[in-house]
Ligand binder design. Structure first.
Ligand code: PNS
Length: 165
């Protein structure tokens, strides 16, 4: 059983995240999308709302025999990986600018738990500039984010921010 976790904030999930989920499916039997519960970050969506959004979107990306589940965690990512029996951590890399941060995390995680390997996947270049932070900022300022986040997420942002945009 090849089980991986795909940890992140997912506040909100973007099409870049979905691209990574699609690409990771052929590599694993099970992927647990793992939402970090980090209230310090002052998130737009609660962990529960993020879990629900991803669960609702998942049918549009699931393909093949890989089982995809959604869960939340607090504390160290490697501890959650161990707890769930995962042997890999999936992370997406969009551009060279992501590399240094991701390398530091991967090496720290390896030091903390050598039995868990980080697997980097390259997101499609059309999402190379897409981040949750940028999507929230552009949306809040009235810019178009269609095609970069799932429609369901755009609807939830509209509801949350009380705008008719
Ligand atoms: O989507 P993000 O915000 O880039 O995800 C970052 C995340 C959640 C993967 C990272 O902050 C993390 O793993 N946090 C949990 C705490 C931890 O394990 N820290 C040590 C990693 S070096």
């Amino acid at each position: 059983m090849r089980r991986a976790i795909f940890p992140g904030s997912f506040d909100p999930p973007t099409n870049g995240h979905l691209d990574i989920i699609k690409r990771s499916q052929p590599l694993f039997d099970e992927i647990i999308i793992s939402i970090l519960n980090n209230p310090d970050k002052n998130p737009l969506f609660s962990v529960g709302e993020r879990c629900d959004m991803i669960r609702e979107i998942l049918p549009s990306v699931t393909n093949g025999n890989c089982t995809i589940t959604v869960d939340s965690f607090s504390g160290l990512t490697v501890d959650f990986a161990k707890k769930t029996g995962a042997t890999a951590i999936v992370r997406g890399i969009r551009a060279v600018s992501d590399y240094e941060y991701e390398l530091r995390m991967a090496l720290m995680n390896r030091r903390l738990e050598p039995s868990v390997e980080t697997v980097f996947l390259m997101a499609d270049e059309e999402y190379s500039y897409v981040s949750s932070t940028l999507m929230k900022q552009v949306f809040m300022l009235g810019g178009r984010v269609a095609g970069l986040i799932p429609e369901l997420v755009e609807d939830r942002m509209r509801q949350k921010l009380g705008t008719t945009r």
